[in-house]
Ligand binder design. Structure first.
Ligand code: PLP
Length: 848
């Protein structure tokens, strides 16, 4: 229970208006998810301010509000308490509550395995004491008050995880909870990105050890070099105990450890005494340290060691932490989807290596590990290398874990056993392709933000088991720090489904070439290429050798056609990398042929005919002569012939003339003794307009991305845009009437106006002249651009938008609430095409 007047007093708060309820059952952080008698806490973090959601929380039935600034909405019948800082207030409340109820605190710290330890310790203490487990799944200070809500005077102990999210937080945490017992699990030097280096991270953890009072207890992992070195950081007189697996130097250690697929068995040596074999239903050696710590704490709290050992045989697995589930077709499914530090991912792999037996296929499904900053790339590579030691198949999901897949291939893993994807849907279809059986063991692991539990859910044999998966708290929505001021979000599921829809509209003998030139129209070439290939495309089209090489470097093996120019000097490289070139001129064909003299086999080319586009290509009238000549070039393999339409989006008649000319142009091919595999012509509008344009391969670009070629050639049903472009409000300012805004003072405020400054400008592709966007979206409302767009910034008018603050999300392209801005609308504003809108978002804007 949370008493309003407790917080009022201890946090030096101030009531706003008449209070209504004064007792609350829980804190509420998500205005969309309000329970009975809850207190909404408005939080200000570097990611935004939930003050703006107070009104929504009230509408959803909140009983009280804790905030910093006075709310601007109607608060009748709701208690509103204002404090200097909401998180500080909650910490003071935590401190007060622990003191008042006289409950002892046990704090568990370290890089991984904290939740399992909290669980084991709680379980053992319950032999004799009322104990509360504080297993709240968020890092940082807030986890403390959230853990203490259900604390009562009946409790003797509370076991908390302390995970400082930024340097310095540990001090505040210690002050709030005053722990008597500390358990230090391990220290992973691949630390969170918010810490400068391993030393800073280690020092932060060590603060807790120093804070333990002389009548307290510190338990340290003896097998971890970093933690062992910290045993001297405690105050004089504090009892320090070490736990270990197999090391005689430790005070308490497990030996004869038997790692099984369902449980772990061990003998125990405690202060020189030996206790025999116990099994505990936990998975992974790394979780054994938590059990050993629990036994030590039991002894400290006068619980018999045999009793403690016995209760450890009854542990239940925690959701998402090496939880054993039954998967489809009876496969063994290990759900480790709760979170992924480097250490916990490594430990999960070590476990898998140890338990799998011959004849069993091991499959690793890996999402990006949690925010590791500069360590991330190396960490992901190392995981891939480790996996390649024994794993049979790797399926990755996301940009970072793609590096793990790549590293596994570089370490010798068969490329066809590594699948790189960017969406849940593609992971699931890759798993389907593996035709899982009882002989398979699938480990699903990934960071908080990758939501790998969705994959686990799709793999369950028994749908009811879905209740055993980790729940995604709303707080995790957007945990990425904003290194760049604006970003592009790619909906890989939308992309996958667009490709499938295109595929469904093609006859069986028509192949699909996904055109991914210009970094896949600004969507990210590698991601798009892989997703398209995974969903029905067979061929890729690019504009240059550089683009083709980028795809090969990423490990993509599918055929690639360079649609524009490749210099003759690159012909040998093209052959070596199996890249197909375009021949649009005989002199160029001669050069290619000459360069290809020294290769074994032939250089693959497609011939391009000009049937009225008036750009690259051989005229139809010259085709016969050209074919005869090409036939004499022995080092070229003519794999295809194509043409390009100039007006397929608007003039169907002209297009049909081009089709006829093309048919005429290719007729003499056979006579010249040339048999091509592919004949193709259709870009996006031509693909949609008429199956007569398809020949036996189509080359759509635009529609892959859910963009509409023209009103005359509307997208097929259910196709949807893939790209959104977003930023955040940088500053909100109130201007008096007549104040100039931006370079050249082209706009003056017309009354008291609120203006929001956004960190996006023409250098990002947010065009300045002659026209720019009419408006962007904030809080689901239109905010018109005012003044000139600068290189890095622009200004929007937000006078009419309530409670707007720095950090609020802004949509430049995409959906927000009921409003949306499409690439087509922007094209209209800029007097250009949707093609140009998306390709102008420059690559320095990161793709997520
Ligand atoms: C870009 C391009 C395409 C794809 O055009 P969309 O209109 O985006 O479908 C197809 N063929 C060639 C030769 C291209 O250059």
């Amino acid at each position: 229970m949370i008493n309003l007047y407790d917080i009022l007093k201890i946090a030096n708060g101030q009531l706003f208006g008449e209070p209504a309820a004064n007792l609350f059952t829980d804190f509420c952080l998500d205005a969309q998810n309000v329970g009975e008698n809850q207190l909404f806490v408005a939080l200000r973090t570097d990611r935004g301010d939930t003050h703006q959601y107070i009104e929504e929380a009230i509408q959803n039935g909140i009983s009280g509000v804790l905030c910093v600034d006075p709310p601007t909405c109607d608060t009748t019948n709701v208690s509103v308490l204002m404090v200097n800082d909401t998180v500080d207030a909650l910490l003071l409340w935590s401190q007060h509550t622990l003191k008042k109820l006289q409950v002892e605190t046990i704090a568990v710290i370290g890089s991984s395995g904290k939740s399992a330890s909290v669980d084991a310790i709680t379980h053992v203490l319950k032999n004799k004491y009322e104990t509360l487990a504080g297993n709240i799944d968020i890092a940082g200070k807030l986890s403390i008050p959230l853990s203490l809500i259900h604390l009562t005077a009946e409790h003797d102990y509370v076991v908390l995880k302390l995970a400082p999210a930024i340097p310095g937080e540990m001090d505040d945490m210690i002050e709030a909870v005053n722990p008597k017992i500390a358990v230090l699990m391990n220290i992973d030097c691949v630390h969170p990105a918010t810490f400068e280096d391993c030393k800073q991270y280690t020092d932060e953890q060590a603060k807790l050890l120093r804070a333990i009072p002389p009548d307290g207890l510190v338990i340290i992992n003896y097998d971890d070099n970093h933690t062992r070195a910290l045993s001297n950081r405690v105050q004089a007189g504090v009892r320090v105990r070490t736990v270990s697996i197999d090391r005689f130097g430790a005070d308490i250690f497990a030996f004869n450890v038997k790692v099984g697929i369902e449980r772990i068995g061990f003998d125990l040596r405690y202060d020189g005494e030996r206790y025999v074999a116990r099994w505990s239903p936990i998975l992974g050696k790394h979780h054994l340290y938590g059990l050993l710590a629990a036994i030590q704490i039991a002894d400290f709290a006068d619980i018999d060691i045999e009793d403690a050992l016995k209760s450890l045989t009854e542990l239940a697995s925690l959701s998402g932490r090496m939880a054993l589930l039954e998967g489809v077709n009876g496969c063994v499914l290990i759900d480790d989807s709760f979170a992924a530090s480097f250490a916990s991912t490594m430990a999960a792999l070590d476990w898998l290596d140890e338990v799998h037996h011959d004849g069993q296929r091991t499959i690793l499904v890996l999402g990006d590990m949690d925010n590791l900053g500069i360590n991330s790339r190396n960490a992901h590579r190392t995981i891939g290398q480790r996996a390649s030691d024994f794993v049979d198949y790797i399926i990755t999901q996301g940009v970072e874990s793609a590096l793990s897949g790549r590293a596994a291939i570089d370490s010798g893993m068969n490329i066809s056993h590594v699948t790189t994807t960017y969406s849940t849907q593609d992971v699931i279809s890759a798993l389907k392709d593996l035709k899982l059986t009882q002989q398979d063991i699938v480990l699903v692991k990934g960071g908080l933000q990758t939501g790998m539990e969705r994959t686990v859910a799709a793999l369950l044999k028994n749908p009811d088991d879905i209740q055993r998966l980790v729940r995604q708290e709303t707080l995790q929505q957007d945990d990425m720090p904003l290194l760049r001021p604006s970003w592009v979000e790619i909906d890989a599921d939308a992309l996958a489904s667009n490709v499938q829809i295109i595929r469904q509209n093609l006859a069986d003998d028509v192949s699909l070439m996904a055109v991914v030139k210009a970094d896949a129209y600004g969507h990210g070439a590698v991601l798009v290429a892989r997703t398209a290939l995974g969903n029905g495309a067979e061929y890729l089209g690019v504009a240059s050798m550089a683009e083709a090489v980028e795809l090969r470097d990423a490990g993509i093996r599918a055929p690639i056609l360079v649609l524009t120019y490749a210099p003759a000097e690159s012909a040998r490289q093209a052959h070596q990398l199996d890249i197909t070139l375009t021949v649009f001129d005989l002199e160029q064909a001669n050069l290619y042929d000459r360069m290809a003299r020294t290769v074994t086999g032939k250089l693959k080319v497609h011939i391009k005919l000009d049937t009225g586009m008036g750009r690259l290509g051989i005229f139809v009238d010259d085709a016969i002569r050209a074919f005869r000549h090409l036939q004499t070039l022995n080092n070229l393999e003519i794999e295809g012939i194509y043409t390009h339409f100039s007006s397929a989006d608007e003039d169907f008649e002209y297009t049909s003339h081009q089709v006829e000319d093309f048919r005429m142009g290719i007729r003499p091919l056979r006579a010249a003794g040339i048999n091509v595999k592919y004949t193709h012509a259709a870009n996006s509008p031509a693909t949609i307009a008429n199956a007569n344009n398809h020949f036996n391969l189509v080359r759509p670009g635009l529609i892959l991305y859910g963009l509409e070629p023209s009103e005359k050639t509307p997208l097929w049903d259910k196709m949807r845009p893939v790209l959104s472009w977003k930023t955040k409000v940088l500053q909100v300012k109130h201007f008096p009437s007549g104040h100039p805004i931006g370079y050249g003072r082209t706009y003056h405020t017309r009354g008291n106006e609120t203006i929001a400054i956004l960190p996006v400008g023409y250098a990002d592709g947010f065009r300045r002249a002659p026209n720019t966007w009419e408006y962007v979206l904030i809080h689901g409302q239109k905010a018109p651009i005012v003044g000139r767009v600068s290189m890095e910034k622009c200004a929007v008018k937000v006078t009419h938008i309530k409670d707007i603050r720095a950090g609020d999300e802004v949509v430049l392209l995409g959906q927000q609430g009921d409003e949306h801005i499409s690439a087509e609308m922007i094209a209209n504003w800029l007097n250009t095409s949707n093609y140009e809108v998306v390709t102008n978002i420059i690559p320095r804007v990161p793709r997520r």
